[in-house]
Write a protein that binds this ligand. Structure first.
Ligand code: MN
Length: 137
């Protein structure tokens, strides 16, 4: 076994996130493993753009209050202890609530071809506020 060296915390790219989000890469599997695990910390109001994962993704909330929404579906408010699975190819976004920080573990895999995610348009402010106001739970 080995204790993994701590990698620097990285600011999420403005191309795929609105607001401030930072992540720490915990696991980047070496073939044949293609697992990826990161801790992602979102500031209030921060969220990623619409995207889908080639092999799906599981997020597990560890702190704060967040939102996650699939294309065509109602947003869901997520809390510490919640685990949400998004199947391969399902378009969605996730982020913090407008007035709360949110931290989640993000766990996904690369496909055999090395594909991880496909990124689309930003979640605009009206879209985000509407989702927050209508979120279930
Ligand atoms: Mn995702």
């Amino acid at each position: 076994m080995q204790v993994e060296p701590k990698q620097p915390t990285v600011k999420a790219a403005a191309e795929t996130f609105i607001g401030d989000a930072w992540y720490d890469v915990l696991v980047r599997g070496e073939e044949p493993s293609r697992i990826r695990v990161s801790v992602v910390r979102f500031a209030p109001g921060a969220r990623n753009s619409w995207h889908s994962h080639a092999v799906g993704q599981t997020v597990h909330v560890t702190e704060g209050v967040g939102l996650i929404q699939s294309r065509g579906g109602q947003a869901i408010e997520i809390h510490p202890g919640d685990t949400v699975r998004t199947p391969a190819g399902e378009w969605h976004w996730h982020g913090a609530a407008p007035d709360r920080f949110m931290t989640h573990l993000a766990m996904w895999e690369a496909s055999a071809e090395g594909m991880e995610a496909t990124w689309g348009e930003q979640v605009t402010d009206p879209e985000y506020i509407g989702a927050a106001n209508e979120a279930s739970r």
